[in-house]
Design a binder for this molecule. Structure first.
Ligand SMILES: Cc1cc2nc3c(=O)[nH]c(=O)nc-3n(C[C@H](O)[C@H](O)[C@H](O)COP(=O)(O)OP(=O)(O)OC[C@H]3O[C@@H](n4cnc5c(N)ncnc54)[C@H](O)[C@@H]3O)c2cc1C
Length: 298
């Protein structure tokens, strides 16, 4: 019987484990993919306080090491379901089953990808999914933003203040973001919008060279230095539908308290919950809040 079972070993889950262990609780972290979470895909992190520059992998390695040193146990498995009640939750995984007094869901989310050849190869080196994270690497350079919703438009506005030019590529024949943002886009001299266009190809052998877009059947090459894909995010919350309310986009409904309605012993932390800013800082903050709430309950 664990005191706290943490699902997901990203910054949120690992921070929760750290706080749980330091409160002398018996903690298990279950991870299905990579210990460290999505930040392991980032070649450069420059906005985590106290660290001017590091790779995502360096950050993840240090955090895993710190959590293991505090006594957390780690299992590599995929959680498929949670059953039970406060004091006796059963966490059912593909290959094993664990019981815990409390559970913290910290399963994160992933950015929707274009699904094109070369996309993974150039992620972090030409292709990005986060202007807040990577925009500064494209200072005075040319970029394209793929998407036409609020996130894409906000990213385009932000990038227009850093980059020499920004081209928005939207698959529909109109932008779906708020009118206020559309007005802001239209007022910027260095933003161009191409509608009814999809990305057909990502160019480059060893180095990213740009993209080919399909505009109503007409192929055009955009020799941009970088592409920001903003076509939505996908949380990983399907296994928890029976214990947590999900919003229309699949996020677990919660707030800064990291609690879940009608579930006293299950908490949620990080990118997988409803929130406005999805960054390492906000994920680690949630991890601390969720773990301390769980400790208090135990
Ligand atoms: C390329 C890239 C660059 C980024 N750069 C920055 C940056 O510079 N600065 C910054 O602050 N943020 C950056 N971010 C965002 C940051 O990585 C996230 O905000 C942060 O990782 C969220 O932490 P999390 O713990 O909530 O979720 P995640 O990091 O997504 O971790 C969740 C973990 O849960 C696991 N999991 C999911 N489902 C299950 C399951 N059923 N069973 C077991 N395990 C499961 C996943 O495999 C994953 O490892 C970047 C993201 C990307 C992709």
């Amino acid at each position: 019987m664990y005191d706290i079972i943490v699902i997901g070993a990203g910054p949120a889950g690992l921070t929760a484990a750290l706080y749980g262990c330091r409160a002398e609780k018996k903690v298990l972290v279950i991870e299905k993919n990579s210990f460290g979470g999505q930040i392991t895909h980032s070649p450069r992190v420059e906005n985590y306080p106290g660290f001017a520059e590091m790779t995502g992998m360096e950050f993840a390695d240090k955090l895993v090491e710190q959590v293991l040193a505090q006594g957390a146990e780690m299992e590599f498995d995929c959680v498929e379901k949670i059953e039970g009640e406060l004091g006796n939750y059963k966490v059912i995984c593909t290959d094993s089953e664990f019981t815990g007094k409390t559970v913290i869901i910290a399963t994160g989310s992933h950015h929707r990808m274009l699904g094109l050849e070369n996309e993974e190869k150039f992620t972090g080196d030409g292709i990005s999914y986060c202007a807040v994270c990577d925009g500064a690497f494209y200072r005075d350079r040319t970029v394209a933003v793929i998407g036409g919703g609020n996130t894409a438009l906000q990213e385009a506005v932000m990038l227009s203040n850093i980059c020499s030019s920004v081209t928005i590529v939207q698959n529909l024949d109109f932008l779906t973001g708020e009118q206020k943002l559309i007005d802001e886009i239209n007022s910027k001299d260095n933003i161009t919008t191409i509608l009814s266009a999809t990305v057909a190809e990502i160019l480059g052998d060893d180095e990213f060279k740009g993209i080919v877009i399909d505009v109503n059947g007409d192929k055009q090459t955009l020799n941009v230095d970088g592409v920001f894909v903003a076509i939505g995010q996908q949380p990983e919350n399907e296994p928890f539908e029976n214990v947590a309310p999900l919003n229309d986009y699949g996020y677990i409904v919660s707030d800064e308290s990291c609690t879940i309605a009608n579930q006293t012993g299950i908490f949620v932390a990080g990118d997988c919950r409803t929130k406005t800013v999805r960054q390492i800082t906000t994920a680690t903050a949630d991890g601390a809040v969720a773990a301390l709430a769980a400790c208090k309950l135990i």
